[in-house]
Write a protein that binds this ligand. Structure first.
Ligand code: PLP
Length: 425
C-alpha cells in the first residue's frame, strides 16, 4: 500500500507531511553531507543548536509568542507535564508564601516553618477543570503528588449515569478557588482539547481572565498549532509533539518568563521535604531546563528537527497569516465532516454537545453504537484507504482525528465515504 493511497485518522501518533518524512530519511543517513546522520550527532554541536533555535523561531512566529515567554523542549511526553506543572507551580506558590511569612516574623526559621505548614495545610489548592479523560488523568496525578485535599476539581463534566464527557458546564457552575489578594490557587489547569472524548474549549474561559488572573496551565497536546492562541493568557502551555507538530519523543512547553528565575524563586528541595510536598525529578524542573536551553540532558535533536520542518512547512504555506492559515483549513475540514454527520441523524450521532465539538477529534456513533454496524463501517472505510478511525478503547465508537497533516482532500474523501455509507444503510 502506498502512503498516497491512504488517509490516516489515528489520534496520535498521527500523520506527518510526506515531504518532511522524505527529507528525514535522508538526514537520518547523512546530515548536511557530514557522513553521519542526525540521530548520531551531538546535541551540543552547532548543528543541534541551530535546529533548536530554528524550531523555537518558527513556533514563535506561528503563534506570535511574546518576548516574555520561553520555549522549552523536554522528553516528558504530555503525561510528564501533568506532573511537571504541579512540581514547578507548587514550588513557586510555597516560596511566595514563605517569603511573606518571613517578612512578618523575621529570622525565626522554626516559626516560619510552623506557620508555613499551617498555610500549606489550609490554603494550598490546585484547581482542575475536568472536561475529559486527559484532564481527569492530570487531576489524578496532582492528587497523587500533593494529596487529594489540595486538588479542587472546579468542574467535573462527567455526565451522571454513564460517566461520559460530552459537554463543558457553563462557567457560573465552576467552583474555582477564590482569588484573594496574595492568595488563590497555585494553578488552574485545563485540557484545551480532549482527544479521547472529542471535547474542545471553544475559547479561553472568561473566569480565568482579569488583572488578578490565576496561573493557567493548559494541555494543548492535541490541538497545538491548529488555531490562534493568545499566549499571554497562559502561565504554561504544553503539549506532546506527536499529533500536530512532529513525532513521538518530545513535549513542548511555553512558559511565562516571570515564572522562571531570576524573576521568581522556587522553594528549595529541603523546604518541600519539610512540608511533605513532592520534590520533582530534575529533568522536569523548568528552571533547570530553561537555564540549559533545553540541553540539560541529551535532547532528541532529530525529533526537534522534525517539529521544526513541520512548522516551517506551515510558515511557507500560510506566510503572514501565520497559524491563522492552518486554523482556516482545520475549521473547514471539521465543518464539512460535522455537516455530513448532521445530515444523516438516523445513521450518525456526534457524541459531544454542539458548542464543544472538537475540530481535531471528531467522535461519533454509527447506528446508535451498534457494535456490528460500527465494525462494518470501519471495514468499509479501510477499503477506501481511510484508516485509524476506531474510537478510543475506553469510549468506543468512531473518532476521526483531523490533525494538521490530514489534507482537505482527505477530509473530502471521508465525507464522500460518510455519504455513501449513509445512503446505502
Ligand atoms: N494530553 C492529551 C490531550 C493527549 O491526547 C495525550 C495523549 O494522547 C496526552 C496528554 C498524553 O501524552 P503522552 O502519551 O505523550 O504522555
Amino acid at each position: 500500500v502506498n502512503r498516497s493511497d491512504v488517509h490516516y485518522w489515528g489520534a496520535g501518533p498521527a500523520p506527518l507531511p510526506t515531504a518532511v518524512l522524505e527529507k528525514a530519511s535522508q538526514v537520518l543517513l547523512n546530515y548536511k553531507d557530514k557522513g553521519i546522520g542526525l540521530c548520531e550527532i551531538s546535541h551540543r554541536s552547532p548543528d543541534a543548536n541551530e535546529i533548536l533555535a530554528h524550531a523555537k523561531q518558527t513556533l514563535t512566529y506561528l503563534l506570535e509568542i511574546p518576548d516574555d515567554y520561553e520555549i522549552l523542549f523536554l522528553q516528558s511526553g504530555g503525561s510528564g507535564e501533568f506532573s511537571a506543572t504541579v512540581y514547578n507551580l507548587v514550588a513557586i506558590w510555597v516560596e511566595k508564601k514563605r517569603a511573606k511569612i518571613a517578612e512578618e516574623v523575621g529570622d525565626d526559621k522554626g516559626e516560619v516553618l510552623r506557620r508555613l505548614r499551617t498555610v500549606v495545610d489550609e490554603e494550598l489548592k490546585l484547581d482542575y477543570l475536568v472536561t475529559g479523560s486527559w484532564s481527569l488523568k492530570a487531576s489524578q496525578e496532582a492528587a497523587r503528588l500533593v494529596g487529594a485535599k489540595h486538588v479542587n476539581v472546579a468542574v467535573d463534566a462527567r455526565k451522571a449515569g454513564d460517566g461520559k464527557f460530552v459537554d463543558i458546564p457553563s462557567e457560573d457552575k465552576w467552583t474555582l478557588t477564590p482569588r484573594t489578594s496574595g492568595g488563590g490557587p497555585a494553578l488552574v489547569y485545563f485540557c484545551d482539547n480532549e482527544t479521547v472524548d472529542g471535547v474542545e474549549f471553544p475559547a479561553f474561559p472568561h473566569s480565568l481572565e482579569g488583572d488578578d488572573a490565576p496561573l493557567v496551565c493548559a494541555d494543548m497536546s492535541s490541538n497545538f498549532i491548529s488555531r490562534k492562541v493568545d499566549v499571554r493568557k497562559y502561565a504554561v502551555i504544553f503539549g506532546g509533539a506527536q499529533k500536530n507538530i512532529g513525532n513521538t519523543g518530545i513535549a513542548i512547553v511555553i512558559i511565562r518568563k516571570s515564572l522562571l528565575p531570576p524573576a521568581v524563586t522556587y522553594a528549595s528541595a529541603d523546604l518541600l521535604r519539610e512540608l511533605n510536598l513532592p520534590v520533582g525529578p530534575i529533568v522536569l524542573d523548568y528552571p533547570t531546563i530553561a537555564k540549559n536551553n533545553s540541553l540539560y540532558n541529551t535532547l532528541p535533536i532529530f525529533d526537534v528537527w522534525i517539529a521544526g520542518q513541520v512548522m516551517a512547512g506551515l510558515v511557507n504555506t500560510y506566510g503572514a497569516k501565520r497559524i491563522g492559515g492552518q486554523e482556516d483549513i482545520s475549521n473547514e475540514k471539521a465543518r464539512i465532516i460535522y455537516e455530513t454527520l448532521d445530515k444523516y441523524p438516523n445513521v450518525y450521532r456526534v457524541v459531544p454537545g454542539n458548542a464543544v465539538r472538537s475540530r481535531m477529534n471528531i467522535c461519533f456513533r454509527v447506528h446508535g453504537g451498534d457494535a456490528d454496524k460500527e465494525k462494518a463501517f470501519l471495514a468499509g472505510a479501510e477499503k477506501k484507504g481511510l484508516l485509524g478511525l476506531k474510537g478510543h478503547r475506553s469510549v468506543g465508537g468512531i473518532r476521526a482525528s483531523n490533525y494538521n497533516a490530514v489534507s482537505l482532500e482527505g477530509a473530502k474523501t471521508l465525507v464522500s465515504y460518510l455519504e455513501d455509507y449513509a445512503n446505502s444503510a
